[in-house]
Design a protein around this ligand. Structure first.
Ligand code: S3P
Length: 444
């Protein structure tokens, strides 16, 4: 996406959406499959991997660090790992594009190995805080040279003699938790992360599947996650389930577009990721979870969604980590609901691919929706949005997708100033949505 020219799009009022669709593989699991595969012994195979730009950048980074990564014609990704201490200095810069998960987890993966790597990213990623990972990784013994404010471009010098730490997360972030746990894999002894508020648990689950010595204890002050370092991991076969954060867009689209009846197959239902589904059901959304089953160690199911009259609710703060990427989609759903939807605990939205709280609020207001907000909360007054606005996306894929969904049911068309970055997480978004009956098209 680097340097590509903006691709503005518009979406217009649609008839009932129909169809059976599958969304791409989960982004969190895709990044972790490549990274754990890169340091495991043997060949890891991943099917259903998200082939979006964020994940492709992680694949290239793992290759540059010494792993062999290839893709078969049938879409299976193969990763030949180098062992838990086998990563080596890359020749050129590691370019993580738009991806905070890519760079922050990779910093953890490299931090306890004596290598040097310079990490870069796009304009959005270069504004995002890296101190949240460089602070604990420095305690382990890594050194960093960063731009002002601890931002990218950043050079990491991995620790020669890493020391195990116990780290209590100051923010509810699965990326920070994961960075410390991954560094713990090549650190002698026991590394512990304490998380006061549970965040997505894919790193813990996948480490267990790869044979790591990992233990989780639930205590009064939160979850204590311990990993014993310098133990080899065993390559795995991974079946990547559909991404609930991508499913959020067709899900909301079907709820707000009159007469719709769609099924989104094979969506991951890990309970650290299902906050949006819970919330939309509380708002009156007709969402049935069918065919619940286990696939690749995760619970998955098919979401049968029908257009619904939604009502505004108060979304509890404690639910935020389980739907942190879904607030743009929820805010759009809320703009069609009866009454006010109040969302709290949104401080982390300020440091996503954009300041998502500000971007969502600006987008809603541009389309005639009344909102109120504070540093970490947003209230959306629902009704029948006028639409007709053009939304600045700030290189944020989820802002672009959320407002293209809004246009399907607003009175007038909704435009977004760019859509190129949608390819970071959901490359076939437009084709898949239009295949169900959406009317998303380039702005002439
Ligand atoms: C992710 C964690 C979340 C989320 C991101 C993916 C992960 O970020 O927003 O899209 O895969 O660990 P934070 O950990 O910063 O909340």
């Amino acid at each position: 996406m680097h340097g590509s020219s903006p691709a503005p799009l518009r979406s217009r009022k649609a008839q009932a959406l129909k169809g059976l669709i599958r969304v791409p593989g989960d982004k969190s699991i895709s990044h972790r499959s490549l990274m754990l595969g890169a340091i495991a012994v043997g060949e890891t195979r991943a099917q259903g991997l998200l082939e979006g730009e964020d994940v492709v950048n992680t694949a290239k980074a793992m290759q540059a660090l010494g792993a062999k990564v290839s893709r078969d014609k049938d879409g299976i990704w193969r990763i030949q790992g180098v062992g838990v201490s086998g990563l080596t200095s890359p020749k050129g810069d590691l370019d993580f594009g738009n991806s905070g998960t890519g760079v922050r987890l990779a910093l953890g993966l490299m931090a306890a190995t004596p290598l040097t790597a310079r990490c870069i990213g796009d304009a959005s990623l270069s504004k995002r805080p890296m101190g949240r990972v460089t602070v604990p990784l420095s305690q382990i013994g890594a050194r960093f040279e960063t731009e002002e404010g601890g931002r990218l471009p950043l050079t990491l010098h991995g620790a020669r003699d890493a020391v195990p730490i116990t780290y209590r997360l100051p923010v509810a972030s699965a990326q920070v938790k994961s960075a410390v746990l991954l560094a713990g894999l090549n650190t002698p002894g026991r590394t512990t992360v304490i998380e006061p508020q549970a965040t997505r648990n894919h790193t813990e689950r996948m480490l267990k599947a790869f044979g790591a010595e990992i233990a989780v204890e639930q205590k009064d002050d939160g979850r204590h996650i311990h990993v014993m370092g310098q133990r080899e991991l065993k390559a795995q076969a991974i079946d990547v389930p559909g991404d609930p954060s991508s499913a959020a867009f067709p899900l909301v689209a079907a709820l707000i577009t009159e007469g719709s009846d769609i099924t989104i197959a094979n969506v991951m239902l890990n309970e650290t990721r299902t906050g949006l589904i819970t919330t939309l059901i509380e708002m009156g959304g007709d969402i049935e979870i069918e065919n619940r089953r286990l696939a690749g160690g995760e619970e998955v199911g098919d979401l049968h969604v029908r257009a619904s009259r939604l009502k505004g609710i108060s979304v509890p703060k404690a639910r935020a980590p389980s739907m942190i990427d879904e607030y743009p989609a929820l805010a759009v759903a809320a703009s069609f609901a009866d009454g006010i939807t109040h969302m709290e605990g949104l401080d982390e939205l300020r440091v996503k691919e954009s300041d998502r709280l500000a971007a969502v609020e600006a987008g809603l207001q541009a389309n005639g929706v009344t909102t109120r907000s504070g540093p970490d909360w947003l209230a959306v007054e629902g009704g029948s949005p006028n639409g007709g606005g053009t939304v600045p996306t700030h290189l944020d894929h989820r802002i672009a997708m959320a407002f293209l969904v809004m246009g399907l049911a607003a009175r007038d068309a909704v435009s977004v100033d760019d859509s190129a970055m949608i390819a970071t997480s959901f490359p076939n978004f437009i084709a898949l949505m239009n295949g169900m009956g959406c009317r998303i098209e380039p702005v002439a």
